[in-house]
Design a protein around this ligand. Structure first.
Ligand code: CP
Ligand code: NVA
Length: 308
């Protein structure tokens, strides 16, 4: 079964193939009406279940539209409305869904839900974000970087803020795509040591630098994300904001990156917190290309999973 669970669990050759295919599909659609189907219909006759246990705008819409462009159909399911939310096990849910659908995408809280789904499903499972990782986002981000600046291998990426689930997938991508990553944020919010270790083992230079100005020196790409993720308790908001305020990405900080550095944010953003509007809407920013590329990258992920 070809699941897409995480970037570090996916073969680098397959990852490269997915990015290339995503770009080819994007190019093939140039000039088309947004809702139009693709010439190729590799998902014709396929039903895709999209399960959301957390809110979503981009993941939900881009998967839904992507499946339809490729000729397939989708079923949007909210965890709370399923028996899953009333005590049915993940294993039983996975076995039942496998009798109806060809592919499952799930956004959930605890990673164990995703892993159980993958273990017991007879169809491919895609990680649409867990508390721990967000691989589809970083596939779109790598695609976006390369679209603007060429190969990401050997480049310096700087993550500013919370060492969260999106940061984790960036670390995985550093190892697999061969770029370097500097994390700058408070010690309490460092990324998981296991993920830092994995990226280093793959040969990437991973640096932890508490001073944001030093961190962004020479950066090719600066990345920010929300200071309070969906899995974080709102009661921690003030404390997190106080710790993270020095790591805001603003024009002054961007001045220390390379002149042609890109700025990314997976969105949704809290403008004037983790990043200012001047940066988000400024010349370095590619945030809406990133959002668009979720569509193309995930289409390629689904084709890879299904072998179509
Ligand atoms: N970036 C991202 O995954 O956005 P959504 O939460 O809107 O899906
Ligand atoms: N870190 C954020 C990403 C949202 C797409 C969260 O998990 O809420």
């Amino acid at each position: 079964m070809t699941h897409f669970l995480d970037i570090h669990k996916t073969d680098p050759v397959a990852l490269r193939g997915i990015i290339d295919n995503a770009q080819a599909m994007k190019t093939a659609r140039a000039g088309r009406t947004r809702g139009a189907t693709d010439d190729e219909q590799p998902l014709a006759g396929h039903m895709v279940a999209l399960i959301f246990e957390k809110p979503s705008t981009r993941t939900r819409v881009s998967f839904d539209v992507g499946v339809r462009q490729m000729g397939g159909e989708t079923m949007l399911l909210s965890g709370a409305d399923m028996q899953l939310g009333h005590g049915e096990t993940i294993a039983d849910t996975a076995r039942v869904l496998s009798r109806y659908v060809d592919l499952i995408m799930i956004r959930t809280f605890d990673e164990s839900v995703l892993l159980d789904m993958a273990e017991y499903a007879d169809v491919p499972v895609i990680n649409g974000l867990t508390d721990r990782t967000h691989p589809c986002q970083i596939m779109a981000d790598v695609m976006t970087y390369e679209e603007h600046r060429g190969p990401i291998a050997g480049k310096k990426v700087v993550w500013c803020g919370d060492g969260n689930n999106v940061c984790a997938s960036f670390l995985h991508a550093a190892g697999q795509f061969g770029f370097d990553l500097t994390f700058t944020g408070p010690m309490q919010l460092d990324p998981e040591g296991e993920f830092v270790g994995l990226a280093r083992k793959s040969g990437s230079r991973i640096v932890i630098e508490r001073d944001p100005v030093k961190a962004v020196e020479g950066a090719d790409l600066v990345v920010a994300d929300t200071w309070v993720s969906m899995h974080d308790s709102q009661s921690t908001k003030e404390r997190r904001h106080n710790m993270l305020r020095p790591y805001q990405v603003n024009q002054e900080l961007m001045r220390h990156a390379k002149a042609d550095a890109l700025f990314m944010h997976c969105l949704p953003a809290h403008r004037e917190d983790e990043a200012t509007s001047a940066v988000m809407d400024g010349p370095h920013s590619v945030i809406f290309d990133e959002a668009e590329n979720r569509l193309h990258a995930q289409k390629a992920v689904m084709r890879w999973c299904l072998g179509v």
